[in-house]
Design a protein around this ligand. Structure first.
Ligand code: PEP
Length: 252
């Protein structure tokens, strides 16, 4: 049996704790019978503690600080996130990189901190439209992966998310060929430093919705999705998870 696909929803700065927890309860009721997909919810920090999930449902934080505690106003550490019952932490999302100027060095520190706590990072990489148009995509992916993972010996517990910046929240998706090539490039880059890279999940993110999910999940090398907008709506998010379940079931 192959890898179990992941459908992860990044709520960004949306949903108050009560809204989040009732959303999660309803999703779990709607998807009681799913067996072949893991579903991850990433609420804002304030909602982390309220999420009541049981596998195959999990919780992720959207960010973290790399220190365990101290004078870091406004930050939250991985051990605090762990206390809330989360299993994953999204690191290096394009909004963190571009709006909050997160550097590869910070991303590397965060990845190390997530790993050393026993949680799993969902490590996001992706090119801007200018970089794609000037044929820099492979170079950018290599640089983000190598700098982000610098000094990290094993990526067994890492999930990678390929998210072209120009496709996030724009309604534009990368086409199937672009996605397949980027996922292959990522796997090749990782393979030069790590073993068993075939077992790593590489998710696609960028305007995934209930209409394009069936097509996108069948692109070679796509092991699931990281979803922004469509993860806020119960009908859309559950329908995407169900679609991935159905496609996976046919493969088994
Ligand atoms: C994201 O924020 O990671 C994302 C992929 O957003 P959207 O699905 O809205 O494009």
């Amino acid at each position: 049996m192959g890898k179990k696909p992941i459908v992860a929803g990044n709520w960004k700065m949306n949903k108050h704790p009560e809204e989040g927890s009732s959303f999660v309860d309803e999703m779990q009721d709607l998807l009681l019978d799913i067996k072949h997909v893991s579903v991850i919810f990433a609420p804002p920090f304030t909602g982390l503690f309220e999420m009541n999930v049981d596998p195959p449902f999990y919780v992720a934080a959207q960010n973290c600080h790399w220190e365990n505690s101290g004078a870091f106003t406004g930050e939250i550490s991985v051990s605090m996130i762990k206390d809330c019952g989360a299993k994953y932490v999204i690191i290096g999302h394009s909004e963190r990189r571009h709006i909050f100027q997160e550097s590869d060095d910070w991303i590397n520190k965060k990845l190390r901190s997530v790993q050393s706590s026993g949680l799993s990072p969902i490590f996001c990489v992706g090119e801007t439209i200018e970089q794609r148009e000037s044929e820099q995509t492979d170079k950018v992916l290599r640089s983000q992966l190598e700098k982000g993972l610098s000094g990290i010996n094993s990526i067994e517990d890492c999930v990678i998310a390929y998210e072209p910046v120009w496709a996030i929240g724009t309604g534009l998706t990368a086409n199937n060929k672009q996605i397949e090539l980027a996922h292959q490039t990522i796997r090749d880059i990782l393979s030069s430093n790590y073993k068993d890279v075939e077992d790593i999940h590489i998710l696609y993110g960028g305007s995934v919705n209930s209409s394009n999910a069936e097509d996108l999940i069948q692109v070679t090398g796509v092991d699931g999705f990281l979803i922004g907008g469509a993860s806020l709506d119960l009908k859309s998010f559950s329908s995407i998870a169900r679609t991935v379940e159905m496609v996976q079931e046919k493969k088994i």
